[in-house]
Design a protein around this ligand. Sequence first.
Ligand SMILES: NC(=O)c1ccc[n+]([C@@H]2O[C@H](COP(=O)([O-])OP(=O)(O)OC[C@H]3O[C@@H](n4cnc5c(N)ncnc54)[C@H](O)[C@@H]3O)[C@@H](O)[C@H]2O)c1
Length: 418
Amino acid sequence: MITVIGLGFVGLTTGLGFAKKGFKVYGVDVAQGKVDLIKSGKVPFYEPHLEEALKETTGKTFFPTTDLSEAIANSELVFFCVGTPSDDEGRADLGQINGALTSVLSHVRKGDFKALVIKSTVPPSTTKEKVKPFIEKEGFEVGKDVGLANNPEFLREGYAWDDFVNPDRIVIGAEDERTRAILEKVYAPFGRPFYSVSWNTGEYIKYLSNTLLATLISYANEQSMLAYAVGDIDISKAFKILHQDKRWSGSPAGMTSYVYPGCGFGGYCLPKDTAALNALAAQKGYQSGILQNVINVNAQVKAFHLDRIMTACKKDENITVLGLAFKAESDDVRDTPAWYFINGLMEAGYKNIKAYDPLANHAYDLLYKQPLQYCKTMEEAIDNTEKVVVVTAWKEFKEKSDLLKDKVVFDLRYALNK
Ligand SMILES: NC(=O)c1ccc[n+]([C@@H]2O[C@H](COP(=O)([O-])OP(=O)(O)OC[C@H]3O[C@@H](n4cnc5c(N)ncnc54)[C@H](O)[C@@H]3O)[C@@H](O)[C@H]2O)c1
């Protein structure tokens, strides 16, 4: 049996993915409300296919619970999928990992080997320099009493199920044979390339991936600001023509979508992971030029667009924000650029802001509680408004772009005529 700790995007997908492959899985979370919701067959966030998998497996191979003792007693393998947010210095805050490790270890009996696997994104050297000493301080010998590995997750929100059940590759950072063998066994049914590397390498691969994506986005955003400065450049057309280069084509997962301008990357992963690798590099004595500038450009492009909007809009006029989620096909509003624009406008004294997102109105309101007028449809949102700011590249906005033809539109994602 497998225990998955933390039932967010990654943990719930992981738990259900293994349950669907026939393993018995305990899904544990400290949030009682979340567990109750999951037990009732509901997914606490928008993610296609998870609800079907939940209905199919709950009570048969998937067991959501807050009771760690039963879960750990019965499991040989424990995945940690808790959050790793940024601290004030941009470093990964390991509080949730340490909390979950302490709870799990309190249920581990010596002589009863458990493989502990960090699936949360943690900066390279964390397993070796932070997690291993932490476990040893709790009185367990790593490699003997417990196994320790990391297993970065590459899923994309909105495509989490498919990315998990059909991964491009499986990466584990493992340094004891027993843990490596357990992971190889549980991943065998996925039939995908399986790479077993050192602890540091496993963690590093995840940051290599996320910081490259962030770099591509900041490159495209910097180019868009440069193009504005030059003038008379059709930015979206220029990028689409760039994508026609045959060295780019055939990229199945849409790598080109990262080389396209917008209003800055957001969400739970790219901002915090780029900041964390940059902070780690500095701490280890390497001053990163590129990563620091990726972060700077991400701040600069948001300020650039906010300035454009404020220059064109009067404080007493209605402004409509289309899109609140950090990206389309998601209701995740963590670190969403929408917050930056709405907050910036409000701080500058703009009061009449209406907002509409096909999925994320509720999640946004819950997290940010700004005095916004939320609208149920795009039509309602743009009614009686001249200025419209498109912050998320939802298909609906493009499909209904005719409705916007008499408005002043700030298409911050270059999405309407993409
Ligand atoms: N969201 C993504 O697209 C994505 C993709 C790849 C990797 N990751 C990484 O995976 C990790 C989890 O991300 P997420 O988006 O699923 O986070 P999340 O915040 O949605 O979920 C984390 C869950 O862990 C629970 N939790 C916290 N402490 C706990 C404890 N002691 N015991 C049990 N449960 C506990 C929380 O209640 C929460 O439900 C992060 O490190 C993230 O960087 C995320």
